[in-house]
Design a protein around this ligand. Sequence first.
Ligand code: ATP
Length: 443
Amino acid sequence: MTWTASPSGIPSLLEMHSTWLKMCRSIAELNEVTQIYRSAAWRRMDRVVRYAESTIRTANSPASRRGAKGRGERRATAASGRPFACTITVAMKTYRIALLPGDGIGKEVIPQAVRVLETVAQDFQLTFEHFEWGCEYYLRAGRMMPDDGLDQLRPFDAILLGAIGHPTVPDHISLRDLLLRIRFGYDLYVNLRPIEVLPGLDPPLRNKTPQDVNMLFVRENSEGEYCGMGGRFKRGTPDEFAIQHAVFTRKGVERILRYAFEQARQRPRKRLASATKSNALNYSMVMWDELLKEVGRDYPDVAVSNYHVDALAARMVTHPETLDVVVASNLFADILTDLGGALQGSLGLAASANLNPTARLGPPMFEPVHGSAPDIEGRGVANPIAALWTAALMTEHLGEPSAAERIMSALRAVTGEGRIRTADLGGNNTTREFADAVIARLA
Ligand code: ATP
């Protein structure tokens, strides 16, 4: 990108390019420019240009030339001769996204999310790389992803996944060999699922307003009931039995509770509800409850409620307005958030983020909560809202909150207008038509 920034011709050319790094006299100076850049939209880039100009003018001053040392000296030497062209770079942040559209409607909604992301990426760049892993790949290759799949994905900044599942591939294979492999492999121990009713969409609950349904689910995502340990014995005989273990570690429970408390602390209502079942699950959930109390001591500003999971499910329907942040085990939250999707108005609305907020073993993964929906696959009618909301979560976690906010505002504007709706919300628009409307709002 090029600017002609100075009428004097010193410098005559300001271009965003890596030479700026060489021009900086100190790390502090570099940081200052980077900060300006980070906080600036392109349209405010003139601040960077002005800053660069004044820095270079200072370096060109006689005093500066006399005292110039090191990098400053090089600049002064250049400036002491004829007018020179100076090149400036404030590197544009680029994020590498691994795209796994997966199966069924995943392949229909993810391309729309990419279009929206491309529209909103103005202050930063996104590059996308496609991976065709999933059930179709399994039917060809005999596995859901290559053996070194986690290594291939590791360098990316984020994974954007559509949906995994196909009627011809058993669910436990498709879930365990791809989704859970990524979640467990990178220790993405937080699964974040916002449950909100968008404007213009009537919540299916009678006598409840959209404001009544506003929850943030924090699902434990790395152990619990989904650890995959156990076995089947005496298969096919009358004595057959199966054992399915659930693993709850102090580390695993403590860290998810702490994350949930942190989320609650940042929200206006500062409330946390925990899903338990300690009356029946007398080891795992009793420990969960004890740790809830223990961790809660560090968060006296957060109001905590502890509900049995069945009572919590009922409360989501009868008193959703009393729920703010909800923390639950892997299985409990999986079930409760499908109910949450229904409370939003459709499973096609619920978004999720898989995160490890404390260590990086691999990139975070972002995915709509819905599955591959084979019943509507191939018709171009899937609701893309969950995928677009997921894209907003991704940009937010990449460190681009204003892009996330823009996507969400555009989504809210389109639903609020009530003109464009997919069939699950009672309309007859296509996946693409909905995304077009969002993009039009963003343009
Ligand atoms: P999984 O086991 O992966 O959760 P599932 O078959 O239980 O998958 P989904 O694939 O999510 O569940 O589908 C459940 C129902 O919701 C189906 O009738 C499907 O058509 C509908 N549905 C899911 N996602 C969408 C969407 N984005 N738009 C419209 N309808 C959807």
